[in-house]
Design a protein around this ligand. Structure first.
Ligand code: HEC
Ligand code: HEC
Length: 439
């Protein structure tokens, strides 16, 4: 072979070899990036400098989504308040935010976030939160808030054992913060916090999970199986094993928990029917959907009198609405939280064939995202308004509202609400079951 040909081949090989080492570096880099991004996200999650300097509270994500930071005890990444506290601002003097903070364990598996489904992704939620009322910013201050967050990142000097954000971002994403635009920096902030939140997962090692595994039950509906069919299958299997004396109890899963479990999975009949699993479907004990279980009506009627919620005029002039996404106050009749009604799209899968715009929106009044029921011991108070500090209180109210719904007296009630038929004696058993979902 002529020397010149050799050289040509060699010349072709060099870029190929370079490319291979680049790919190796790149995959290695990706793997390292992930953990660096999570680390960076954890720091951003606890940084209280993104909140508005014009308010009286400096908060970070971790001020409301606490784990073991509070001397009052362990939390499932939530606070102890009925409604989380936000900064006072002279133009919006309030202490209570609109809603209760839910646990954020497993939240990265939810297709829509917040009780009303405002956000479609974790990244969107982070951008909305660091520029919104949650962190003390008023409507209309979004630009100012993002500008502020950008400054905080660029000016950061690091902490005793932590490099400045500039270095952390360079290592995690191979970017020079000075060379990218503000919105790109904010997007990376959102990505890092989201990567961190994705690591906050339940371990599925609760007494319930152990009971399910020991007895070889399915832990979720099969592909294409409805929640209702799944609940009936679970119940039938429980009954058949019980009649043969084959049930194996697990640690902290006793006979009362089993009785509660049967009520939880019962979907038909006249007594001790929880119908719970239809909405609170395992393994996360949510169907990822939105329902009206009457909580908004009960809060409104307590303030303004029985029947006042039924009489409230709801018009869809503007959604989301200031008036209909608010805490009800005694001196402000007409202010109320209608939940998902504010954000539901007219082409939502929840809409029924042939339903008119008005009919559909009326049915969406007071609908909220089904919350998970895992780790309730560490996430009280309960419901979107945090109105109930114990599970007994929350379930007594659910029982009362289900009876009201059967009487046709809950406005826009979900049709599954009326099917709940539980008595006072069922409630401690349901609570015993719910307690097996704590890790
Ligand atoms: C002032 C208290 C407060 C702060 C600060 C706060 N949150 Fe929240 N968080 C809440 C409340 C209250 C809700 C429920 C809001 C709703 O449903 O309207 C919530 C909801 C969420 C959810 C949705 C959970 C679900 O089931 O849909 C996630 C995820 C979340 N927060 C993450 C964050 C992150 C990340 C930050 C920081 C960027 C943050 N939060 C800052 C109070 C707070
Ligand atoms: C029609 C669907 C549906 C059914 C049936 C249902 N729930 Fe719920 N559940 C929800 C929704 C939606 C919420 C949130 C309501 C709100 O905040 O306004 C909720 C909230 C809860 C909460 C509060 C959780 C928290 O973190 O705040 C508990 C506890 C609960 N349900 C238990 C049960 C039990 C036990 C049953 C059966 C007896 C049951 N639910 C039946 C939809 C349902």
């Amino acid at each position: 072979m002529k020397l010149s040909n050799w050289l040509k081949r060699f010349a072709l090989l060099i870029p190929a070899a370079l490319m291979l080492t680049q790919i190796a570096d790149w995959t290695l880099g990706q793997r390292m990036d992930d953990s660096l991004s999570v680390q960076l996200g954890a720091r951003l999650f606890g940084d209280n400098r993104f909140s508005s300097p014009n308010g009286d509270l400096q908060s970070s994500c971790s001020s409301c989504h606490m784990f073991n930071e509070d001397p009052q005890g362990r939390r499932a990444y939530t606070d102890f308040l009925a409604r989380s506290w936000v900064s006072w601002r002279s133009k919006d003097p309030r202490r209570d935010g609109v809603r209760n903070a839910p646990t954020i364990l497993d939240s990265s598996q939810l297709p829509q976030l917040h009780f009303d489904g405002e956000f479609q992704s974790m990244e969107e939620l982070v951008r909305g939160t660091i520029s919104g009322r949650t962190l003390g910013w008023l409507p209309g201050e979004e630009e100012q808030a993002l500008e502020h967050a950008w400054r905080v990142i660029l000016d950061d000097k690091g902490e005793e054992k932590t490099a400045p954000y500039r270095d952390q971002f360079r290592r995690a994403y191979a970017v020079d913060l000075n060379r990218i635009k503000r919105d790109e920096v904010i997007n990376l902030v959102a990505r890092a916090i989201s990567d961190f939140v994705k690591t906050l997962k339940t371990e599925k090692n609760s007494p319930y999970d152990r009971f399910i595994r020991t007895n070889e039950f399915s832990d979720r509906p099969a592909q294409g199986e409805t929640a209702m069919a799944f609940a009936e299958r679970m119940l039938a299997r429980l009954a058949s094993m019980e009649s043969k004396g084959e049930i194996k109890f697990a640690k902290d899963f006793n006979a009362d928990a089993l009785k509660g479990m049967k009520i939880f999975f019962s979907v038909r009949g006249e007594a001790s029917v929880g119908n719970c699993a239809v909405c609170h479907t395992p393994p996360l004990f949510t169907d990822f959907s939105f329902h009206n279980t009457g909580i908004t009506q009960s809060e409104y009627d307590r303030l303004h009198g029985e029947g006042s919620f039924a009489a409230l005029r709801v018009t869809a002039a503007a959604r989301p609405s200031v008036q209909f996404r608010e805490i009800p106050y005694r001196d402000k009749p007409g202010y109320i939280d209608l939940g998902h009604w504010n954000f539901v799209k007219m082409n939502s899968p929840l809409r029924r064939a042939g339903e008119s715009d008005d009919g559909f929106l009326e049915r969406m009044i007071g609908t909220f995202k089904t919350p998970t029921l895992r780790n309730l011991a560490f996430s009280y108070p309960y419901m979107h308004n945090g109105a109930f500090f114990s599970l007994e209180d929350a379930l007594n109210e659910t029982a009362r509202l289900s009876a009201l719904a059967r009487a046709g007296r809950v406005r826009a009630a979900d049709e599954e609400l009326a099917k709940i038929k539980i008595s006072e004696s069922d409630i401690p058993l349901l609570v015993a079951f719910l307690n097996t979902l704590n890790e």
